[in-house]
Ligand binder design. Structure first.
Ligand code: AMP
Length: 192
């Protein structure tokens, strides 16, 4: 099995480009944000606990998302690998993922990083708010906290994965959506 991380700040286009990558390489796309929003929509206990943190633009506890990821690895069959989107989001989650994969006799293949500026994050999220109606896209304070959380907790993963020789980055905000998607797919192809 091949395990990839699709990395980047909120609004970088991870969700948008994930389906093209997943289809091309027969990977299962797993977005922890989407799984959490499904829990909220279903009104589950987990969803109720996660909602306040998500609405504030903070991270939900590591154990919650790690449980979701592990259960996906256990249950999803018939694919050549996994494309993780929105996970890991801090160094603890990254270390736990390494352990989780090692325990399965597997390892991470690569981190595919889509980079955009803070200005582009705000522009993209404002655009998405009008289309998808996500509560955490509609509030300025929440967006500011998500950007802060990204820089403080998630960005350090870049050096973590560079040190493993697994970090591959492309520009996610140059030209049309098709241009950006072509660049992301070319990056994945170059990794092999
Ligand atoms: P996303 O759809 O990836 O932007 O995620 C939306 C929200 O879900 C984030 O702002 C966090 O509150 C929560 N979330 C998603 N993935 C994680 C994760 N790996 N760890 C902690 N919180 C997460």
């Amino acid at each position: 099995m091949k395990y990839y991380i699709l990395f980047g700040p909120p609004g970088a286009g991870k969700g948008t480009h994930a389906s093209a990558i997943a289809k091309k390489y027969n990977l299962k796309h797993i977005s922890t944000g989407e799984l959490l929003r499904a829990e909220i929509a279903a009104g589950s206990e987990l969803g109720k606990q996660a909602k306040a943190l998500i609405d504030a633009g903070s991270l939900v506890p590591d154990t919650v998302v790690e449980g979701m990821i592990e259960s996906a690895f256990d249950t999803i069959k018939g694919v050549d690998g996994f494309l993780l989107d929105g996970f890991p989001r801090n160094l603890q989650q990254a270390a736990d993922l390494d352990k989780m994969l090692a325990g399965r006799g597997e390892s991470l293949k690569a981190v595919i990083s889509i980079m955009i500026s803070d200005d582009a994050i705000r522009r993209r999220i404002a655009h998405r708010a009008a289309i998808e109606g996500r509560a955490d896209d509609a509030n300025d304070a929440t967006i500011t906290n998500r950007i802060k959380t990204y820089h403080a907790q998630t960005e350090p993963l870049i050096d973590y994965y560079k040190a493993q020789g697994k970090y591959f980055e492309c520009d996610g905000d140059n030209g049309t959506l098709e241009d950006n998607q072509a660049r992301v797919l070319a990056l994945v192809e170059s990794i092999g």
